[in-house]
Each structure stands twice: as C-alpha cells, then as structure tokens.
Design a binder for this molecule. Structure first.
Ligand code: LLP
Length: 420
C-alpha cells in the first residue's frame, strides 16, 4: 500500500498534487511519501513482533537521502551500511552508532577505523582476510570489534542474476562449509568479538523458499559453531524481500516473511537482525517526469520521449526492470508506445510496446516504485545533472535534495596548465 492516489483526476502524493511539485521544483524529480515510508517500517516491525529479540537495520543503499534516513531513525530503525559515506549519513541522520551494521566485501582500512571510532554495533565480515585486518586495526586502537561472519550458503535466490548474492560463484561471504573453521580462528583474535553469523542471498525475492533454505543452513551452522565451544548471540538474516513493480503482482508479505522466520529461526536463542531496503522504501517514491516529445517511429508505435533518463533511474537499463508509468492527469484515453529518455544510447529505454495513458508533449507522468535504488544509483552521464528529491508530509512538501546542475559538476573539473 502506498499514498500515491488519484484525487479529482490528478495523481497526488498524500495530499499534494504532483502538478504542484512539478511547478515548484521542476522535473525530473523524485517524490517520496513520508506516510508510506513510516507505514512500511511499521508493517515490517509488526511482522517481527512475535520474536523475542530483533534489530532492524534499514539498508541505506536503497535510499540514502538524509530525510529518508531520519524517518527510519524516528521509527527506531538502525542502518545497514556498506561504505564510510553511508556510515556518515546514518550518523548524520541521528542513528545511534550501536544500531549500525557495516556490510560489504571491500571495506577499506580507513572505513573500518571510521566504524571502530564511531563505535558501530557490528561489522559483517565477508572474508577471513578482512577479519584479520580488522582485528589488527581494532587492537591498535585498544578496541574489540563486534563481528558477525557472513556466509555464502550457495542458495539460488531465483532473482535477477545481477542482484543474486548467495550462490557459490557470487563474491559475497565465506563458503558455508568453511565457516565454522574461520569463525573459530577469528574468535582467537583479541581485536574481535565474534558474536554472530550473517546471510543475505539477494534482492527483489519473489518467493520465501530460497530464504527458508538459506536460514535452515544458517541454523545448522550456528549449532556447529556452538558445539565447537564458541558463542553465537546474533544472527543477521539480511534483506531481500521483493515488492510488486506491476499493478496486480503479488509478493510474499512481511507478515508471511515474519511467520517463516519465526518458524525456522525462532528457537535459535539469538538476537535476529534484519536489513530490509526495497520493501521499506520502494513503493514510497515515484520519479516525476515530463513528456518532452512524442516521436513517430518506423511503425505505428510512437516513442514517448520523457525528460528523465537512465542516468536518473538506472534499473530498466541495468536489469530490464519494469516500472509502471502513469500520467499525472490521465484523460482516460490509452496509447501503445515505447518510453525512452533523452540519452544517446538505445539502453535508455524505460519500456517497449507498453499500453499507457495517452500523453502529449508537456504532460506530467510518473515512474512508480522508484523509492528504492532510484536516486541513489543516478549518474551524470551525458552531462545531465542529478535530479532533485522531494518529501511529502500530508499537505506539505520539502526539497530534501537540491537538483545538482551540470555546471556544479563541471566546476569540480580542472584543465591543467600544461594543456594551455
Ligand atoms: N543487506 C545486504 C548485505 C545487501 O547487499 C542488500 C542489497 C540489502 C541488505 C538490501 O536488500 P533489499 O532488502 O533492498 O532487497 N540495485 C538493485 C538492488 C541491489 C541490492 C544490493 N544489496 C536494484 O535496483 O534492484
């Protein structure tokens, strides 16, 4: 459920007509609904209410905007971060360092030191080598780093190959059959406080079975580690729950997910940790765009050229992803069209042969479900700027990220004097 609905023939974000946002801020612009973000955070927490000890860390990569993070912080969520930049954002949004989990295969020494000095709650180690390096850094600072070992369970998440992370050939985690040995060796290092295990098999999962299989394997590993005499007090189950991108699609609900977790992991006697991203913020955002031109093609299907492009919303170009496209003031008429952006490559295509609301140059439209992995994946390709971001709250709205103009980007560039 989200708060983007038609009222009097105009698409609104909560109580604000999207026409008003386009007038004030221009297009393209990402628009987030605070009520939707809050609702999704609450639904996720409610789904876990039957479990004794839980910790929910919002996956910052899904939407790192500071205002979005503040909404999460107000809902009591922590942060799952994968870089020093994301860690700084989580802290800037007011999240307690204790509530931050640091994931990622390529943590650099300066980032680990940043996490140690901030006093973050947990490092999710992706390799034995990383653990050895972190142990030395922590010992040099007179600290012990709280750690979980991320395992690769070799489970097929049945999602897009580029966002599958739990197959043996993927770069993430340590092979699960070697995990107990690695856990034992890392536990001997004075700089580390090995306290748990972690798993994350992929994103946009449409079924619970792969998660259940991975969690089952994690449970066996916990038993094995404990049998060897080591303590496991935390189990991080990652994120990955998918959301519908097409009207009418049905996905497992957070409640069904929570029930499965309770069944499979409820007896582990661990604090269960979660790293949801998309399920919290995906449907809480749209990319508002304007039709630049409707161009005749070689057959009867026109190209609808919009002012948003693959640099603003990369998912269709990158994963062939579908985003519903709706006119902000639909006339009721429909057309079949290809929807494309202005960038000079064919990959800058949002949809082919799509049945859409009939639109004309100057009309406003939205790509829905753009609140996750939207603005955060933007680039300045074709010397386009970075789009603005707006958050709506009831009948008010605020710009939560300024549009960054191409001039501001080129201002950071220099021509050396030896090219004079
Ligand atoms: N935890 C870890 C360790 C992750 O790598 C991810 C996502 C998450 C949590 C959050 O997963 P979520 O709940 O959002 O599925 N750019 C892609 C998605 C990449 C996901 C990367 N990792 C897309 O646009 O579909």
């Amino acid at each position: 459920m989200d708060h983007f609905e038609f009222r009097d023939g105009i698409l609104h974000a909560e109580d604000v007509p999207l026409t008003a946002i386009a007038d004030a801020v221009g297009t393209p612009v990402y628009v987030y609904s605070r009520a939707t973000l809050e609702r999704h955070a609450q639904v996720f927490k409610a789904a876990l209410a039957g479990l004794p000890r839980t910790h929910v860390a919002f996956a910052v990569k899904a939407n790192p905007n500071l205002a979005v993070l503040r909404v999460m912080q107000r809902e009591g969520l922590g942060a799952d971060v994968v870089s020093g930049g994301e860690l700084a954002r989580a802290l800037a949004a007011g999240m307690p360092a204790q509530d931050v989990v640091f994931s990622g295969v390529g943590k650099q020494a300066h980032e680990m030191v940043q996490g140690l000095q901030a006093g973050i709650g947990q490092f999710n180690l992706e390799s034995e080598e990383e653990g050895v390096e972190l142990a030395a850094l922590a010992a040099a600072l007179g600290k012990r780093a709280p750690c979980a070992l991320r395992v690769n369970p070799d489970v097929d998440a049945r999602t897009h190959a580029k966002i599958s992370t739990g197959k043996a050939e993927n770069k993430f985690g340590v092979p699960i059959d070697r995990a107990a040995g690695i856990y034992a060796r890392l536990s001997a290092l004075p700089g580390l406080d090995m306290r748990g295990v972690a798993v994350h098999i992929g994103s946009q999962l449409s079924q619970l079975e792969p998660l259940e299989e991975a969690f089952g394997k994690l449970g066996e590993l916990i038993a094995e580690i404990r049998a060897a005499g080591f303590s496991v007090t935390h189990a991080d189950l990652g994120g990955g729950l998918g959301v519908p991108y097409k009207a009418g699609e049905v996905f497992p609900s957070p409640a069904e997910y929570g029930a499965m977790v309770a069944r499979v992991c409820g007896s582990w006697d661990c604090t269960l940790m979660f790293e949801p991203g998309r399920v919290i913020c995906g449907n809480a955002g749209v990319l508002l765009t304007k039709v630049v031109r409707v161009k005749r093609s070689s057959n009867n299907t026109p190209f609808v050229v919009v002012d948003a492009a693959m640099n603003d919303l990369a998912r269709p170009a990158m994963y062939g992803a579908w985003h519903d496209f709706d006119a902000v003031r639909p006339s009721g008429a429909k057309m079949s069209a290809h929807i494309v952006g202005p960038i000079c490559e064919t990959g800058d295509t949002f949809a082919m042969d799509r049945e859409i609301d009939a639109v004309q140059p100057g009309d406003l439209a939205v790509f829905r479900t753009a609140g996750a992995y939207g603005a955060t994946m933007a680039s300045s390709y074709n010397s386009r700027g970075f789009v603005a971001e707006v958050m709506v709250d009831g009948d008010r709205f605020a710009v939560v990220a300024d549009r960054i103009l191409p001039e501001a980007i080129s201002a950071a560039e220099r021509v050396p004097d030896w090219l004079d």
